[in-house]
Design a protein around this ligand. Structure first.
Ligand SMILES: [Zn+2]
Ligand SMILES: [Zn+2]
Length: 127
């Protein structure tokens, strides 16, 4: 409810992005909550069940990939766990849900982890 005057000095792109993100977050929260009310807390792909705080890992997927298509009966939504959701989208489209909701900056895949490097070290030590 704050009538923001955009003519002051909102030239900083960050601010605009911030604003857009906030709006989207609010909207996402709304339809997510709604979806969680309509659907059972089960991933539609792998069938994993979620409860309590785990439900954070359940995300709302838009069947037609259109974020703005949010019919209140949920016909465009699908609850997917974050893993299945990632699969559902090709890598570069994951921004759909990464963009708004951050999972606490948590990296899903730690690219720095090299199991073989550790193995080599192990072997080296075992001369
Ligand atoms: Zn799943
Ligand atoms: Zn999706």
């Amino acid at each position: 409810m704050s009538p923001k005057k955009t003519q002051t000095k909102v030239h900083q792109p960050n601010q605009v992005v911030d604003e857009a993100r906030r709006l989207r977050e609010r909207r996402e929260k709304t339809y997510r909550e709604r979806a969680l009310k309509i659907f059972p807390w089960i991933c539609a792909r792998c069938g994993r069940e979620f409860s309590g705080r785990k439900v954070r890992e359940l995300t709302v997927h838009h069947k037609d990939h259109n974020h703005d298509n949010n019919p209140s009966n949920g016909s465009n939504w699908e609850l997917l766990c974050i893993y299945c959701h990632e699969n559902e989208h090709s890598r570069d489209q994951v921004a759909e849900w990464y963009g708004g909701t951050t999972l606490g900056g948590e990296q899903a895949v730690s690219s720095g982890h090299q199991p073989f490097a550790a193995l080599e070290d192990l072997l080296k030590n075992k001369k």
